[in-house]
Design a protein around this ligand. Structure first.
Ligand code: SAH
Length: 256
C-alpha cells in the first residue's frame, strides 16, 4: 500500500496526526527533498528505507513503489504542504492504477495556510475579498491562457502565487496589466513556518525590488490584495449580535 502524505509547510509539528502515524509505520519513505523538512524523517523506523525524490525521475519513484509493493511493504510518499496543490501526484496515481497498486491520500497543511498563519492574516475579509485564487506564473509548466495572472487580476480577489518568487518582476507587470494598482498591498513569505522564515510586506509596484533586496527567489509565496493590510472595514455577520444563525438567536432590544 502506498500512502501519499502531506508533510505540511515546514515546521515538523504541522503534519497531521495521521501523517505522523504513517511515517512511523512506513517501511519505505520517498520524500520531496527540495521542500520537505528532513526533521520529519527522524520519526521513521530505524530500518525504514528513505529516498529523496528530488534526485529521482517519475520512473525511478514508481519503481521503488512497485518493489516495495511486491514485498508487501508500507510506502509513504511524502509531499510538501498538501499533495493536491502542485504535488504532481496524479501522474504517480495513474501509474499505480496501471500497476494495480493500492494507495490513499492523507492531506496536509498547505504552505498557503502556513503563510496566512505567519502573517496573522485572514484571506477572506468581509467587504474586501471573499475568494482566494491559488495560482502561479507560467514557468516550464504551461498555464492555460484563460488562467493567466493578468486575467485573474481583474477579479481583485485575494491571490496567492506559488512557484513565482523567481519571476517577481514579470508577476508585478502582469498584476498591473490586469488592473491592480501599484499601491495594492502584497506580501512575500519565504519558508513559512521554518526557522528561517522571512516576511516582506510590500506593494504590487515594489514586489520585484523588495524580493531582490531580501534575496528571495524561491520557496516563497506571494500574496496580493487588500487583505494584506490586515484591517477589516466590516465585521462578519457570523458573530454579529443583530443576526440570527442556526446556533444563536439575534439579540433583540427586549433581551438587553
Ligand atoms: N504542495 C505544496 C506546494 C508545492 S509547489 C503546498 O501545498 O504548499 C512548491 C511551491 O510552494 C514553492 O515554490 C513555494 O511557492 C511554495 N512553498 C512550499 N513551501 C513553502 C513554504 N514553507 N513557504 C513559502 N512557500 C512555500
Amino acid at each position: 500500500m502506498v500512502h501519499f502524505v502531506g508533510a505540511g509547510p515546514g515546521s515538523p509539528d504541522l503534519i497531521t496526526l495521521r501523517g505522523h502515524r504513517l511515517i512511523c509505520e512506513a517501511d519505505v519513505i520517498i520524500y520531496a527533498g527540495s521542500l520537505v523538512n528532513p526533521a520529519l524523517l527522524d520519526e521513521a523506523k530505524k530500518e525504514c528505507r528513505i529516498y529523496d525524490s528530488s534526485r529521482m525521475t517519475l520512473e525511478e519513484v514508481t519503481e521503488v513503489m512497485r518493489e516495495a509493493e511486491d514485498s508487501e511493504l508500507i510506502t509513504v510518499r511524502l509531499h510538501t504542504g498538501d499533495p493536491g496543490i502542485y504535488g504532481a501526484i496524479r501522474e504517480q496515481m495513474d501509474i499505480l492504477d496501471n500497476m494495480g497498486v493500492e494507495y490513499d491520500y492523507c492531506p496536509g497543511v498547505s504552505s498557503f495556510c502556513g503563510a496566512s498563519a505567519a502573517l496573522n492574516l485572514e484571506y477572506t475579509l468581509p467587504e474586501v475579498s471573499q475568494s482566494v485564487i491559488l495560482t502561479r506564473m507560467e514557468g516550464r509548466t504551461p498555464v492555460p491562457e484563460r488562467e493567466s495572472v493578468r486575467s485573474f487580476a481583474a477579479h481583485q480577489a485575494t491571490m496567492v502565487l506559488f512557484l513565482s518568487a523567481g519571476m517577481a518582476e514579470k508577476l508585478s507587470e502582469s498584476l498591473l496589466e490586469g488592473g491592480y494598482k501599484k499601491d495594492t498591498p502584497a506580501a512575500i513569505v519565504y519558508k513559512a513556518t521554518w526557522p528561517d522564515e522571512k516576511i516582506v510586506i510590500c506593494t504590487v509596484g515594489t514586489l520585484a525590488e523588495q524580493a531582490a533586496k531580501a534575496g528571495i527567489n524561491k520557496t516563497a509565496l506571494i500574496i496580493v490584495g487588500d487583505v494584506v493590510k490586515r484591517t477589516s472595514p466590516a465585521r462578519s455577520r457570523l458573530y454579529d449580535p443583530n443576526f440570527t444563525t442556526g446556533y444563536r438567536r439575534a439579540v433583540t432590544p427586549e433581551d438587553s
